[in-house]
Design a protein around this ligand. Structure first.
Ligand code: ASP
Ligand code: MG
Length: 419
């Protein structure tokens, strides 16, 4: 007998028929004798609607009230699923974040989970009751409702799994696993059986949308075994039938030691959410970078890639950096205000860029991985505008019109294409 967390996203609970299907997945595990905690999102589109209403009422609003509004979507789905489970003869009850409680910090709209008391949940599970928990929400230090940021119910699920010591946290979604790259643009993308926490973390933060980045971080810290799988498949074999989920139907996110055949590059991610800012003719002298990036940091703007060219005349140089598109206007504003002090001639921006990244823990022990990337892009006549690397990834900034060409060519170059 195992203890499981089953998380279902918005598309999996989009209407009553799908909620009935979710209940069948839960029933399969309960019938096999497992203890089950379910975490659900709001019905697809609901959270967006709630956010729109909040903004429509007042663009600048009390963040505590925003959270009270947007957390309401999950309240509906936990109760609907509980009713359906009861209807088909399964003991179940709904849990809002505050009823457990899921304690978070006070950063409304982007709160971080600090503590979950799993005692009550565990005792109910042991009595054979299914716990249906609202994802995305928690309780702040002042006892106000908080939310964890968009996509946050993945994080709720992992945190619950850690708190109740679950054997596996299954993330049911509209795709059947994690792919080597986005199957919508590369037909030969392959589903991965396993991926390490480190790689999944890079994939998520570099643009793969399958899991919220924070949830992977949390899974890595608490060593929660995480499986991404589809809720649209008909409920088939229960946990255990696959051997501890290791060769389950989806993709297992786990410790790298569990992965026997490690590829050099495991996946390719891309993000169109990038904007480039270039400061033309910045004075080339000590302290300039601090004058540029100091004010950006003070305004909590996330700078990603940075490049500074050498100057021909020893007096001035161009400096380029990237920020998320949503932060471009603020970044531009901050830079223009500081332009005199920075001493640059002109500020240029470009949103027509994409960041393409290759990811793989095999890179740690292989030379020439970046070279293959640069060569492949050169052969396709794609110009690289900026580069960043870490131990297990290389990212390049290129014109967004080359996204598909670049991702496809790299997918082939690293031997990832499905036969
Ligand atoms: N309902 C929330 C959202 O749409 C949380 C989630 O789905 O993970 O962002
Ligand atoms: Mg999601």
């Amino acid at each position: 007998m195992a203890r499981l967390v089953m998380k279902f996203g918005g598309t999996s609970v989009a209407d009553i028929e799908r909620i009935r299907n979710v209940a069948q997945h839960v029933k399969r595990e309960v019938d096999a004798g497992h203890q089950v905690a379910v975490v659900v999102s709001a019905m697809a589109g609901t959270t967006n609607q709630l956010v729109t209403w909040a903004r429509e009422t007042a663009p600048l609003h009390d963040a505590r009230e925003y959270d009270t509004i947007v957390a309401s979507g999950e309240q509906v789905t936990i109760a609907l699923l509980s009713i359906e489970l009861q209807r088909i003869g399964i003991s179940a009850r709904s849990w809002l974040g505050w009823q457990i409680p899921i304690r978070t910090d006070g950063a409304h709209g982007a709160a971080r989970i600090q503590e979950i008391d799993g005692t009550e949940l565990i005792s109910r599970l042991e009595q054979g009751q299914v716990a249906v928990v609202a994802g995305f929400q928690g309780l702040g230090p002042d006892n106000r409702i908080t939310t964890l940021g968009r996509g946050g119910s993945d994080t709720s699920a992992v945190a619950i799994a850690a708190a109740i010591g679950a054997d596996l946290c299954d993330i049911y979604t509209d795709v059947d696993g994690v792919y080597t790259t986005d199957p919508r643009i590369v037909a030969k993308a392959r589903k991965l059986d396993k991926i390490s926490y480190e790689e999944m973390l890079e994939m998520a933060s570099l643009g793969a949308k399958v899991l919220q980045t924070r949830s992977v971080e949390l899974a890595m810290v608490h060593r929660v075994r995480l499986q991404v799988r589809s809720s649209f498949d008909a409920p088939d074999a229960p946990w255990g039938a696959y051997g501890a989920g290791a060769n389950g139907p989806g993709t297992l996110v786990c410790d790298e030691d569990e992965i026997v055949e490690q590829q050099v590059v495991s996946g390719i991610a891309y993000s169109k959410d990038e904007a480039k800012v270039t400061l033309v003719k910045v004075e080339d002298k000590p302290g300039v970078a601090a004058r540029v990036f100091g004010p950006l940091a003070d305004n909590s703007i996330n700078v990603d890639m940075i490049i500074q060219n050498v100057s021909d005349d020893g007096k001035s140089t161009d400096m380029t950096f990237t920020v998320p598109q949503a932060e471009l206007h603020r970044a531009e504003d901050v830079i223009r205000k500081a332009q005199k002090e920075i001493g640059c001639k002109e500020v240029k921006t470009d949103t027509n860029v994409v960041k393409v990244s290759i990811i793989g823990i095999g890179m740690r022990s292989h030379a020439g991985v970046a070279k293959t990337m640069f060569q492949t892009l050169a052969e396709k006549g794609i110009n690289i505008q900026a580069i960043t690397t870490s131990e297990i990834k290389v990212s390049v900034l290129i014109g967004s019109e080359y996204t598909e060409l670049a991702v496809r060519a790299l997918h082939t170059a690293y031997g990832l294409d499905a036969e």
